[in-house]
Design a protein around this ligand. Structure first.
Ligand SMILES: *Cc1c(COP(=O)(O)O)cnc(C)c1O
Length: 458
């Protein structure tokens, strides 16, 4: 049997959660148009919608909140955050942003023009959308093994360097304002990217004069995976591994709501002086003055402290083992999941879970709804609802390779019994999978569809 890791913390504050009845959940789901984003959190028992902004902060972070310096310009918390960002990433400049997409929006406003293309291992949905609204095209060049839901290779988040070379040759460097890597690869299962792959990506891009940015939301989990899985790094500190990762890049976007263990915040860090000046102008327009970027001083302090906590190796060992526990228990019950598990989530493989539901009937969304109806569990579909696109030439729908349901794990929030409830619910549904049917849209917006779409059962 999988073993639950011993927590490197004890609990000081608790928040009650409520179990609803199956009849209540049926009504709630209907009213929400079968979209779990439209369900009130009070009506959710175990909330695995996202690991973003859902962390339990430490007593030290809460103490930091009390010394927020709410000055418009130059608050001490901005300086503290700047020290942490510099010490960890090594980038010369940084600006705070209200969250990760704020950093993306500002970065792409300053770099992407109509006709541009931006390669990555796999762009996250907000990254994609922020490139598209600037007239650019996000292009995913994940190595093929990352698309295989059961291959056991250690770094399934890697970009394919040959695809990247071919992409640059075909597109021409002039139309590529920057290249990116998402570490870990959220949309592809939270899978890590190897140090070799980060280094090689930097080399390829730089050889063509193209800047290289990391989408660094889960850089600490990625660094810990490198330590675990690359023997060359077994004896290095996670901090040194993280520094080396950043050393190959020219900048990063960061959602502090992930590995910086806060409920709100982010930043954009970079080396280029000219770009930094343009970023500051754009930031003032969109986010706020460059010493607060849409955040209160107290939030900046929580991010500064959380950045260091997120690199603590006792915490990271627990974090990765906590996620692995859920994956191993599900595997023991033969529930089809993506393996090996990533850092922040376990992904149910909806195509293997519900082989009788075809992609146009949205198997991932159907499974996410079933998890809620059965166990009051909120998850998120990462499949056709999130990523299917209409081909501009043929007009037909292009479906993604993977139909996943993400069970994202908030940091330091749920206990073993909570995870066991998730396992029991998944096992029950898998044993009765034939009664789960597909869905169809009753409303489908064209950008970031999954947040507001509505559905009905077929
Ligand atoms: C969460 C996330 C973002 C966007 O960050 P927000 O803080 O939600 O705006 C971007 N990229 C990745 C990989 C993410 O996980």
């Amino acid at each position: 049997m999988a073993r639950f890791p011993v927590e490197p913390f004890k609990i000081k504050v608790v928040e009650p959660i409520r179990r609803t009845t199956a009849e209540e959940r049926k009504e709630i789901l209907e009213a929400a148009g079968y979209n779990l984003f439209a369900v009130r959190s009070e009506d959710v028992y175990i909330d695995l919608l996202t690991d973003s902004g859902t962390a339990a902060m430490s007593d030290d972070q809460w103490a930091g909140i009390m010394i927020g310096d709410e000055s418009y310009a130059g608050s001490r918390n901005f300086l503290n955050l700047g020290e942490a960002v510099k010490a960890i990433t090594g980038f010369r400049h940084f600006v705070p942003t209200h969250q990760g997409r704020g950093a993306e929006s500002v970065l792409f406003a300053c770099t992407v023009e109509p006709g541009h293309r931006v390669p990555s291992n796999m762009h996250f949905d907000t990254t994609q959308a922020n490139i598209i609204v600037r007239g650019g095209e996000p292009v995913d060049l994940l190595a093929d093994e990352g698309l295989d839901p059961i291959s056991d290779v250690p770094f399934k988040g890697n970009i394919d360097p040959r695809k990247l070379e071919a992409f640059i040759a075909e597109t021409g460097p002039d139309r590529i304002p920057l290249g990116m890597l998402t570490v870990t690869n959220n949309s592809g299962g939270g899978q890590p990217v190897s140090m070799d792959n980060i280094r090689t990506t930097g080399e390829i891009l730089h050889r063509h004069g193209i800047p290289f940015f990391l989408d660094a939301c889960r850089y600490a989990e990625n660094a810990y995976f490198i330590k675990l899985r690359d023997p060359g790094y077994a004896n290095q500190s996670v901090l040194d591994i993280a520094r080396e990762m950043f050393s190959y890049a020219d900048g990063c976007t960061m959602s502090a709501k992930k590995d910086a263990l806060v409920n709100i915040g982010g930043f954009l860090a970079l080396n280029d002086e000219g770009l930094f000046q343009r970023v500051c102008k754009e930031l003032i327009l969109r986010e706020g003055f460059y010493t607060y970027g849409g955040l209160a001083g107290r939030d900046l302090e929580a991010v500064a402290r959380g950045l260091w906590e997120g690199l603590d190796e006792n915490y990271l060992a627990y974090r990765i083992a906590h996620t692995r526990y859920l994956a191993e228990r599900l595997s023991e019950e033969r529930v089809p999941i993506l393996t090996p598990p990533g850092g922040h989530a376990v992904y149910l493989d909806a195509r293997r879970f519900l082989p009788h539901v075809v992609q146009s009937e949205l198997p991932g969304q159907a499974l996410a709804c079933a998890l809620y109806l059965e166990g009051g569990i909120r998850s998120v579909e990462i499949g056709s609802v999130m990523f299917a696109r209409r081909d501009p030439e043929t007009g037909g729908m292009v479906y993604p390779e993977l139909e996943l349901v993400r069970l994202a794990i908030p940091r330091r929030v749920y206990t073993q019994a909570h995870l066991d409830h998730v396992v029991d619910t998944c096992k029950h549904l898998y044993d009765h999978r034939e009664v789960i049917g597909g869905l169809r849209y009753t409303y489908a917006p064209d950008l970031l569809r999954h947040f507001t779409a509505r559905f009905e059962p077929l």
